[in-house]
Design a protein around this ligand. Sequence first.
Ligand SMILES: [Fe+2]
Ligand SMILES: [Fe+2]
Length: 271
Amino acid sequence: MFRESADAWSLTAQGTTGHSEATGQKGCDSPDGLCTCGGSCTCGGMSSCAVGTAHELAESLGRAVDARDCRLFEHSTVVADVCSLLAQAHGLTALQADVVHMAGHLHDVGKIGIPDSILQKPGPLTSLEWEIMRRHPKIGADILRPVRVFRGKPGVCEIVLAHHERWDGLGYPYGIGGRDIPLGARIVAVADALSAMTEERPYRRSLSLDEALAEVERCSGSHFDPCVVRDLLSVRRELHGLLRKAPPSPLWAGPKAARAVLERRNLAATA
Ligand SMILES: [Fe+2]
Ligand SMILES: [Fe+2]
């Protein structure tokens, strides 16, 4: 098990109240479950009572994103569950694991702001469409920022913002790399990729768990944090129960059939 250094995740040196011992701030488990520090602390109001409500909100918003796209059967839930497993394998505290889990539910919430014509396009995206698609982490962070419990440092907002950054610095939106990327975002990136690869898409079949793990391992050190990949391989057995498959859909009968399904659905939506 690998333990992240305190500088990579400031919460690592903190108790479950989410307050930095280094700064001497006191705990914030106030009776109403909200932080009373007026936003001056690092926890973003993430007291134990607030976590339950925040999780419900995260799960609900994650389902909203999945509901927009019939290809995303429980994708956000699966990513959240894999994130929990990875957070535990990494030795994070319960609160840190909760933050990563919620970020897993919410990682793609910014896709709410991406037009359907791009989000559900059956074929490859043009460079302009990719440029628009790459805005979703920033849109997601902007959507979540008004919720104080998501604003910890590093918290759900920061993780959502950085979930498409790559270990080698070639990701987006900012092209940061290595441990400049919040650990939670490095965990979400691996969970997201694994989940996506084991799901059906109109342009490809789903990979088996073994195939998907091999692909993640191949991208260790380039796309993904090698430590997180090691964690993933260490929980291989537990993953079988988490990766759920969508019921058989007509989507994979080849790209032509997939296009017909999506076109029919778009027609129904505009009727
Ligand atoms: Fe959840
Ligand atoms: Fe994403």
